[in-house]
Design a protein. Structure first.
Length: 263
């Protein structure tokens, strides 16, 4: 039942969020594929906490977490499985977390047979729980949210981008930011958390955001939030998003085509 899935996702995100707040500023224990891609013991601790709650409630569901995803081949195999799949980033914004910046979130997306059904993003520093259920609603702490209506054109839009740890992915972000500098847009932001970018597009704090290289745990929950809040999500060439999509553009819909042409 989708409501039961949502309730478990909500509780797991809040439990992981409490750990994030308690341990913000934790030491880096190692880097991943790139020197700027950081890992702390808290990332693993949060993922295992979420996994344990999911497996206790739904032992038959599959689970894909950032810290245990394994090789690209392993990840592809998990994504291709039929049935329910939880796609989890235990700390989205680990670099912010390590630096003591209160700009990280827990991201939990749940799909069934490849279709997103539930999305939860929890910002523990602001105690903001964003939730979406496919075809039903998008909320912030239980209140309905919608994408911005004021930015009908790119020149009026507040646009965010990522700063990927992979230099090959970071370069196109920086080129696009240069191309989108005011007056092309109202202003630009780099927040350091894909989950928060998605959530803020969904509730109208941002009008659009893009990044050329996201993993499914970065985007699953946020994509559903933006869609259910009335926005639009595609790859950076306008093609439909799927769990295997890496370049992502999310917006209020009104500025989407202009954004894709610009970046």
């Amino acid at each position: 039942d989708v409501r039961e899935v949502l309730a478990v996702a909500d509780a797991a995100a809040r439990a992981a969020g409490a750990l994030i707040v308690a341990k913000v500023g934790a030491d880096v224990i190692r880097t991943k594929a790139y020197e700027a891609d950081l890992l702390t013991a808290v990332d693993t601790e949060c993922e295992e906490l979420i996994r344990s709650q999911v497996k206790r409630a739904f032992p038959e569901h599959s689970f894909l977490g950032e810290e245990t995803a394994g090789t690209p081949e392993c990840m592809a195999e998990v994504l291709s499985r039929p049935g329910w799949l939880w796609v989890v980033d235990p700390i989205d914004g680990t670099t912010n977390f390590v630096a003591g910046q209160p700009m990280s979130a827990v991201s939990i997306g749940v799909a069934c047979n490849g279709v997103l059904r539930v999305g939860v993003i929890f910002d523990p520093f602001r105690q903001e729980l964003f939730a979406a259920v496919s075809g039903e609603f998008a909320t912030l702490n239980g209140a309905p949210i919608s994408v911005s209506a004021h930015a009908a054109s790119l020149s009026a839009a507040v646009v965010a981008s990522g700063a990927p740890p992979n230099p090959r992915s970071a370069r196109p972000c920086l080129r696009a930011l240069s191309a989108l500098a005011p007056p092309r847009t109202r202003t630009l932001r780099i927040l350091g958390s894909a989950a928060i970018n998605f959530a803020w597009v969904a509730c109208g704090r941002l009008d659009a955001w893009f990044e050329p290289d996201l993993s499914p745990w970065d985007s699953a929950a946020g994509v559903l939030l933006v869609q259910e809040a009335g926005g639009r999500v595609t790859d950076c060439e306008g093609q439909d998003w799927s769990l295997s999509t890496r370049p992502v553009c999310a917006s209020n819909g009104s500025v989407h085509d202009e954004l894709e042409e610009a970046d």
